[in-house]
Every structure is written in C-alpha cells, then in structure tokens.
Write a new protein. Sequence first.
Length: 277
Amino acid sequence: MPELPEVETIANNLRNGSGDQPSLIGCEIRRAHLLWERTLAEPTIDEFTKRVVGQVIQAIGRRGKFMYFNLTKDTLLVHLRMSGDVWIEPIIATWGEHYRLMLELSEGMRLVFSDTRKFGRVWLTEKPDLILGHLGPEPLDDAFTVQKLFEGLQRRHRQLKPLLLDQTFIAGLGNIYTDEALHLAGIHPLTISETLTIEQAERLWFSIRNVLQAGIQRNGTSIDWVYRGGDYQNYLRVYGRAGEPCKECGTPIERMLVGQRGTHFCPQCQLNPSYQD
C-alpha cells in the first residue's frame, strides 16, 4: 500500500508539475468519467458528475495517506489503498485497462485514477473533516514533538508495530516505513508502547521522521504495488530483506507476522523485550 512518501510525491508532482507535465493548479474540470462505480464513496454518481464539473482545482496536498484536491466549492479526496495511482495525461491518450475515474481538464489534459485491485476510493465533499477528522498527527509537522509522541505511547498498552500502523495514532505510516523506523531506532516491533523510555521515544521520533523524509527525497518506494518512479527500495534497511545480512551488524534479517502484517527486523539490533504480551 502506498504510504506517506508515495502519496506526498504524487501530490507534489500534480501541484508543482513534473517533467513535461504542467501543474494542475487553476485547471477547470470539464467532464467526469466514472468507470468503476464502487470507486466513488460519496456522493451518488449523478450528484458527483454534476457537482464536480465546472469547479477549479485551487490546491493539492496530502493528509495521512489521503490526497486532497481543494476545488472551488468542494474537496476531492482520494485514497489509493492497495494499488491506486494518480497522474495526468493528454485527453487524446488511450484509456488504460485499470482506469477507474477520469476528470477531463482545461488545457487538453485529464486526471486519471487507476487502480488494479479496485480497493481505492474517492470522495467529493463539502466537509472533508468528517472523513479526515479521525486521523492522528502528521509525523513531519512541527507540532509532532518528542514529548507528544512519548505521552501518546504512555497512554496505550499496545505492541509498537500495530500501534504505529494505527492511523488514529500517527497518520501516514504503513508497513514499509514502520519497519524501517523501528530498525533505525533499535526497537523491537513487539515492544509494549507504555514501556518505552523518553530516550527510546526520542530515537523513535527521530527515526520516523528520518525514514519518511528520506523516502520523499527518493520519490517513495517502488516495491510491492504499481507505484512508479521511486527508488527508496534500493536503500531499505530491513523491509523485504528477510535472510539478508543486517546493514548494521550482519545478522540475518528475520520476518514474522505481527497483527497479520509481515514484519522485518534484526534480532540483534532490535532485541526482543522480555515484557512483551
């Protein structure tokens, strides 16, 4: 599933333009094509196609793993889920097999939402907070401090890996960057959150921000989904490297299931705590 760095990269490219593709800021939506009905979470199909046409894209950004497009009246929210991707192309381009939603824009371009597995969802809403309001803090915001992370960890009695994947705790982390952050911090995935010291919380805070920023700088990770163009997979510390030597100590990386999610760690650098549940 695309995580914060991948969604941030896509949003940046659409907002600022990339290569020979222009920025979408200021483009008017002229026509909508919904090719897979369940892609649209809300409103109804008829209301969506009527409301979205004529609106102008005023801002593009990211909240957690959601991409948002601030329009003249509404907000268009996109969640890529397992295999979604968003890009722009000329209106005259041939439609792809996995296209689920297309918005024809001024300047002869169209915005494409493609989704192989059909799990991605789109919302058109006047009140985005009703959809985004449950999300936890943004890990790269200045407001996300070591102290706030530590206090949040202390209030919960949960294994660390599932807690960091919980979007109500921190927004944007997924399987890849959680494994990477825990390894960089030297903390075992099964560590119980409330047992972390302030020093460990500080290491974790630094590690989360470090791996996310590195992922954004390298345009994300192209590894287990259809996302195009990232190369952070060439710099991963543990994720997807089971059986390979740890880059810190040489011990073979191990893989286990935690909360039904494949989890990669170094048994030497991330010692298994005796207080795990």
